[in-house]
Design a protein around this ligand. Structure first.
Ligand code: ATR
Length: 269
């Protein structure tokens, strides 16, 4: 089968290498290509994909929302999140899903166990946050707290969450067992801004970031220095890919092979 990822820029995407390692481990004869589609060419998306004869593809920045009008069907959860990262093409029909949230949650639970009784704080209220929160709600009994710097971001959230102003989070930071940064703060290593004051976090908390390049954001580094456990976004990337693969082929991916390959590639770069 033929797969791919569309985005802009796409040159540094680890998806082709990661998926190829899985195809090889499972002795499958599939292909996975990267397609750079600048926003001004996006209106040709149907022609571009049909020319490549893809059976399915991933969508990354900046097209996760722009793809929606081109789909014949969108899963309920992707509709709710407002972003699609996986399309399967079945009998010419384009069906959209979002595997980012499930990717994060599968990775987290596989590594750290049940989140049923955990008090969870999510930083940021964009698409990534919404995907993670709506998926995590299936696995926890506690109400999830979501903190954002602008409260109007919550206007279209129809989820039973506890919405908080990011600037007013300090006094309650010690209440949380798991804290997850979904904002882009820390993507640029030269900026040392921390999204929250780490010294107020509970010493037993697990602090997560969905960023994995850099491997440790300044936020995760500061948390580690405080003696906190940290977890970056690498598993989320691997597990979202594995979920996409499952949607396309109905087969389980070889997660360990995929993770090892991505880690090896990141070390090489
Ligand atoms: P994504 O799809 O990756 O989630 P997004 O939808 O653009 O991206 O959302 C980015 C999130 O990061 C938003 O919650 C944004 O906060 P605002 O709603 O207030 O814009 C948050 N964010 C981005 N930069 C931030 C910063 N410097 N400090 C705090 N929050 C930030």
């Amino acid at each position: 089968m033929n797969f791919g990822v569309i985005g802009h820029p796409i040159g540094h995407s680890l998806s082709p290498i990661m998926h190829a390692s899985n195809f090889e481990a499972l002795e499958r004869d599939d292909q996975y290509i990267a397609l750079d589609i600048p926003p001004q060419n996006f209106n040709h998306i149907k022609d571009i994909i049909s020319e490549k004869e893809l059976d399915g593809f991933n969508i990354t920045i900046p097209h996760k929302e722009s793809i929606i009008p081109y789909l014949d069907e969108v899963s309920t959860s992707a509709q709710h999140i407002g972003a699609v990262n996986t399309v399967v093409i079945q009998d010419g029909k384009w069906i959209g899903y979002n595997t980012d949230g499930i990717g994060f949650v599968n990775g987290l639970i596989n590594k750290y166990g049940s989140i049923k009784d955990k008090k969870i704080l999510v930083l940021g209220a964009g698409g990534a946050s919404k995907g993670i929160v709506s998926e995590m709600m299936k696995f926890t009994d506690s109400k999830i707290t979501v903190a954002n710097r602008s409260l109007n971001r919550f206007d279209n959230w129809q989820l039973a969450i506890d919405a908080k102003d990011l600037n007013a989070i300090k006094p309650i930071l010690n209440q949380f067992d798991i804290i997850i940064n979904t904002t882009p703060v820390g993507m640029n290593e030269t900026e040392s801004e921390l999204i929250i004051p780490v010294e107020h976090i509970n010493k037993n908390a697990l602090v997560c970031d969905i960023i994995y390049i850099p491997e440790k954001t300044p936020f995760l580094q500061a948390c580690e220095q405080e003696g906190l456990s940290i977890y970056n976004g690498l598993d989320m990337f691997v597990y979202q890919g594995a979920e996409s693969f499952k949607i396309w082929t109905k087969q389980e991916a070889n997660i360990n092979t995929m993770r090892n390959k991505v880690q090896e590639e990141l070390k090489r770069r």
